[in-house]
Design a protein around this ligand. Structure first.
Ligand code: ADP
Ligand code: MG
Length: 351
């Protein structure tokens, strides 16, 4: 009976999903920071933030005379979170994607937006996070952990693993390695197992997430590795994409049923337009890689939306890595982070 109920529940879930489609776009405006209060004259939110799902975003365009012009365009989102939304509010709207990983689905949650708009705050949380301010990664791991503890009473046994990597100039870097200099020159490869529909990265550290302490330790190691990279290049973290990959595999001792699911939590590189003409050397390389990987991501997501049969995932490391978690019945959420300051121009043109 329980199995029949479970089958019906999944069918209903799939039917609802079919009606709504698998890609959602949310918008979150962060509050004004204390350090920004002097700029109060430029303050646009929250008084202008509408409580429906449409929102006007500003960007600047430079014309052929070199004159900057502000343009406003209206965007429709599936959900808009105002500056008062808490980490818990956001998580409660994405929890169903996290839950479905335990049911054997793949999912991707992206944070997209300009540097300083709140992507890292949303995904990881601030440094010295409290239980209220911790981000989506620790919340997601804990929710999965709690569900699989509950399912033990129904004879399910799960393994839960994580990898945390960064894509910088289209190269994959392991964020969980104890000594970051030891990975210099290590070539990581993305491996897709078409039989199970999962992806893993060769030679990157894999941690067992079946105990909450391992997660905390892993997040600390990653933060340390990022800080080391930031000493070499101040803007390092905003110039790279970070991907926290959770893989889950479960077997039922009674029915021998298996479930394999994965969830990727992605903190994208800053979406500000990096001008190739103004950049030189390393910066030029970074600008090229960021612009092209974000535009490949856009092409891939648009292709999935249109059900196109030729989607070129291989065009960038990011889309190749996420191949199995973007297409098919995978659930995708693009969370567009925006800042309340007019002086930070919002480039969200393709959402
Ligand atoms: P990004 O990763 O997009 O560059 P951050 O997440 O680092 O941006 O956010 C920039 C600053 O704003 C940080 O100091 C962060 O703590 C703060 N911040 C971002 N979002 C919020 C929020 N919702 N509430 C409070 N502070 C926030
Ligand atoms: Mg960041």
């Amino acid at each position: 009976k329980l199995q029949e109920y479970e089958r019906l529940r999944r069918k209903l879930h799939n039917d609802v999903q079919d009606l709504k489609g698998n890609i959602r776009v949310f918008c979150r405006a962060r509050p004004l920071l204390d350090s920004e209060s002097q700029n109060i004259a430029n303050f646009k939110f929250p008084k202008e933030i509408p409580f429906n799902r449409k929102i006007s975003l500003m960007s600047t365009k430079t014309n052929y005379l070199g004159e900057k012009k502000e343009i406003f365009k209206e965007y429709q989102f599936d959900q808009v979170f105002d500056t008062f939304a808490t980490q818990k509010d956001i998580f409660s709207e994405v929890a169903h994607i996290v839950q479905s990983v335990v049911d054997g689905y793949n999912g991707c949650i992206f944070a997209y937006g300009q540097t300083g708009a709140g992507k890292t705050y949303t995904m990881t949380g601030p440094t010295n996070a409290t239980p209220e301010t911790e981000g989506m990664i620790p919340r997601a791991v804990r929710l999965i952990y709690d569900i699989i503890q509950d399912l033990k009473t129904q004879c399910w046994r799960f393994t839960l693993e994580g990898q945390f990597i960064e894509i910088y100039n289209d190269n994959i870097r392991d964020l969980l390695v104890a000594d970051p200099s030891s990975t210099n020159g290590v070539k990581h490869k993305t491996i897709h197992d078409e039989r199970t529909g999962t992806t893993r990265i060769s030679k990157a550290t894999t941690v067992d997430l079946d105990c909450p302490n391992t997660l905390n330790q892993a997040l600390k190691t990653a933060a340390h590795n990022r800080a080391v990279a930031a000493t070499k290049c101040n803007a390092h973290s905003s110039r790279s994409h970070s991907v926290f990959m959770i893989r889950l595999r479960g077997t039922n001792d009674n029915s021998n049923e298996t479930r394999i699911g994965s969830l990727n939590l992605i903190d994208l590189a800053g979406s500000e337009r990096l001008s190739k003409s103004e950049s030189k050397g390393d910066q030029l390389q970074e600008a090229k890689h960021i612009n092209s990987s974000l535009s490949h991501l856009k092409t891939v997501i648009q292709g999935i939306k249109k059900d196109s049969c030729h989607i070129n995932f291989r065009d960038s490391s990011l889309t190749w890595l996420l191949k199995n978690s973007l297409g098919g019945n995978a659930k995708v959420l693009m969370l567009v982070n925006i800042s309340p300051l007019e002086s930070l121009h919002y480039y969200v043109a393709w959402v």
